[in-house]
Design a protein around this ligand. Structure first.
Ligand code: PLP
Length: 358
């Protein structure tokens, strides 16, 4: 019992998922999205485990610098771009590709007089209303980027889909149509799809795709599991029983007495709480794999512990291994119990939980 709780990161699964994604994208190139500590999997280890990714995408400059400092040589795209001349100089120094989505960023590039030539991704807002230039502003921005005094090494165009995880959603079709109308004749390389676009909207196309969630083995669709797409979970949040107690019928368990034993029960206390990234909103009934068998979380999630009804599992004792999500227990199922999405659970695994690479 060296580590009571740990996030086991299966790098073979990561590589297998990348191959599975490649099988769906007809030769497009993969910009592996590893922002937010690679969705909780560990930024640098994830990048190192993906030598076959064509490039990496992160949200912020600091994430890109951490990758370069770890010796990552692939192209790195800053999805939110940079906001000051100093950041732009750092991006040039580290040979980052930059997304440009705001007029301020165009002006920064216009003032840049270094010798380094950027790959510039112009982001077009085709309906999400988060980042990107509106259709009416895009031609002028393109003209300005084409006229930079240090010419771009290459200009590419991208957009982001707001509802690709909804099957047959008219908004996605509209976004694709708008993007094609704006960029179809330009001869520039494009990037449109996140995981849901890749797996659900093959017609989206584009020379580059940007998978995040699917790379980690998780389905972006609520109605289909990762396994149905041939994906394998990369993270298994594994823990350990630290005590087992008899709870007489009618007594309550945990803070707030939120669960009352309906009969005499055996309750295992398992290491792992909201201090590790479990959500407090995970309520009675949330499944936990105890010794490979499903059991039910009971009562409230504490900071460091949960309680699990193991009345039907007589072999359970101190040291019994548990899985909170991952292999054998889809993180999407746990997310649904907590009223959230798998992204939030994965990203939310706290720093004190050691990542163990296999
Ligand atoms: C611009 C952009 N592209 C791609 C992705 C990857 O999305 P997903 O994890 O759904 O594949 C994200 C994630 O938030 C994103 O912001």
């Amino acid at each position: 019992m060296t580590q009571l709780i740990r996030a086991i990161i299966d790098t073979h699964a990561l590589q297998a998922n990348l191959r599975q994604i490649r099988a769906k994208i007809q030769g497009a190139r993969v910009l592996a999205v590893i922002k937010a500590n690679a969705y909780g999997h560990g930024l640098v280890p994830t990048a190192l485990a993906l030598p076959e990714a064509d490039a990496f995408a992160v949200a912020r400059l600091e994430e890109g610098i951490a990758l370069r400092e770890a010796g990552i040589k692939q192209a790195i795209v800053l999805l939110e771009g940079v906001f000051t001349p100093e950041q732009l100089a750092a991006a040039a120094h580290h040979e980052f590709e930059i997304v440009v989505h705001d007029p301020l960023q165009v002006a920064l590039l216009e003032r840049f007089n270094g010798p380094e030539r950027f790959v510039v991704w112009i982001k077009i807002d085709t309906g999400m209303n988060r980042l990107g230039f509106r259709a009416e502003d895009f031609p002028k921005v393109l003209e300005r980027i084409r006229a930079l005094r240090t010419p771009a090494a290459e200009i590419r165009v991208m957009t982001h889909l707001a509802r690709a995880d909804e099957r047959d959603c008219p908004m996605t079709r509209e976004q694709l149509t708008r993007f094609r109308a704006l960029t179809g004749q330009l001869g520039l390389r494009t990037s449109i799809s996140n995981s849901a676009g890749i797996l659900g909207w093959t017609e989206a196309g584009g020379e580059w795709v940007r998978p995040g969630l699917a790379l980690y083995g998780v389905s972006p669709f609520t109605e289909q599991s990762g396994a149905q797409f041939g994906l394998v979970p990369v993270m298994t949040l594994a823990s350990t029983v630290i005590t087992v107690r008899q709870v007489p019928r009618g007594e309550t368990v945990g803070y707030g007495g939120a669960w009352t034993a309906p009969r005499d029960c055996r309750v295992a206390i398992v290491a792992g709480g909201y201090g590790d990234g479990l959500l407090r909103s995970l309520a009675t009934g949330t499944p936990v794999l105890v010794n490979g068998r499903r059991a039910s979380l009971v009562g409230r999630v504490s900071m460091d512990m949960i309680a699990v009804d193991v009345s039907e599992l007589p072999e359970v004792g101190v040291g019994t291994r548990c899985v909170l999500w991952g292999r054998g227990l889809d993180v999407s199922e746990i997310a649904a119990h907590g009223g959230t999405i798998p992204f939030e659970l994965l990203c939310g695994v706290r720093q004190r939980v050691p990542r163990e690479l296999i």
